[in-house]
Design a protein around this ligand. Structure first.
Ligand code: PHE
Length: 338
């Protein structure tokens, strides 16, 4: 009657199991490789040969009965567990959703993208030069030798005697002309560094450089292109004016003013009563610069311009202090969403 006892024992333990894991353990205890029922089968070899068939039949019947029992209980427990899991995971569809905080592009990035968009529409390609430059690209090749007073115009962060943080994206002009023969029409955005710090100057800021070199390029081409730029960047009624200036790498050099968008040129506090706002430096590429890059100045001519992206952003959005652009105050930055 050993098998009946075993059936009883297994059934009551199985029924007591509260979850499918415990049930599985009980199952292994009886039906597993080292389980009690399996043990019975193994003990068969100790019996006399005639007794074996009857014994084997009984143990097999017991095993089948137990397997059925376990399968039924297992299904019941699994269903119960699934129901509990689903009940626990119920979601309240009436709860308001959690909104993802929406980011926005930084005003400097917006102006930079707008400039690239605007100038690439006129056929300019983007070239990006390195932020760490040597004296040759940043100064010497731009017709600014070591003893040139114009080096003082840009207080430079030197890294070593030779290497420095570029003070102007104009360094890229040389790199482009070394790599490419005219016609050249490039736009070079990037960070520049100067030891300069007040309400309108920051030691790191962004510039956008433009360079056009081809046969027959004149100052009129520059002015025509700048007019287009002012209209697209500020307002349809914006005008530009060129004032004589000086840069070692351009000759003649000009300072470019745009009519004040705030007062329409009548004069206000933003333009200090003049009706004009200075936005960039430009000029015809100095023939010495062309020569330094093996471009024949008797065949080719070109113009270059360089503008501060922060300055354009300040004018466009009416900002009084350049530091607003680097403080990362989200209350300020949030205002530049489309
Ligand atoms: N590199 C000049 C500056 O940083 C701007 C400039 C660029 C002027 C190209 C003329 C031509 O002030």
């Amino acid at each position: 009657m050993e098998d009946l006892d075993l059936l009883q024992e297994a059934a009551s333990e199985a029924e007591a199991a509260k979850d499918s894991r415990t049930l599985y353990e009980v199952k292994m205890k009886f039906l597993g490789r080292t389980g009690k029922v399996t043990g019975l089968l193994k003990s068969m070899k100790e019996l006399a040969a005639e007794a074996r068939p009857a014994f084997g039949k009984r143990v097999n019947a017991l095993r089948e009965a137990l397997e059925e029992k376990f399968a039924a209980l297992e299904e019941k427990l699994k269903r119960k567990e699934l129901e509990e899991k689903l009940a626990g995971e119920q979601i309240d569809v009436t709860l308001p959703g959690r909104r993802a905080k929406e980011g926005a592009l930084h005003p400097v990035t917006r102006v930079k993208d707008k400039l690239i968009d605007l100038f690439s529409g006129m056929g300019f390609e983007v070239f990006e030069g390195p932020e760490i430059e040597n004296e040759y690209y940043n100064f010497t090749a731009l017709n600014t030798p070591a003893d040139h007073p114009a080096r003082d115009m840009q207080d430079t962060f030197y890294l070593t005697e030779e290497f420095l943080l570029r003070t102007q994206t104009s360094a890229g002009q040389i790199r482009v002309m070394e790599q490419k023969k005219p016609p050249i029409k490039i736009l070079s955005p990037g960070r520049v560094f100067r030891s300069d710090d007040d309400a309108t100057h920051s030691p790191m800021f962004h510039q956008m450089e433009g360079l056009v070199v081809d046969k027959g390029i004149t100052l009129c081409d520059l002015q025509g292109m700048l007019d287009e730029f002012a209209k697209k960047m500020f307002s349809e009624t914006s005008k530009t004016r060129l004032r004589p200036s000086y840069f070692p790498f351009t000759e003649p050099s000009v300072e470019v003013d745009v009519s004040c968008a705030a007062c329409g040129g009548k004069g206000c506090s933003l333009c200090k009563g003049t009706g004009w706002i200075e936005v960039l430096g430009a000029g015809m590429v100095n023939r010495r610069v062309l020569e330094n890059c093996s471009v024949d100045p008797d065949v080719y001519s070109g113009f270059a311009f360089g503008m501060g992206i922060e300055r354009i952003a300040m004018l466009k959005y009416g900002l009084g202090n350049i530091k607003l652009l680097t403080e990362n105050d989200t209350r300020f930055l949030e205002q530049f969403k489309d």
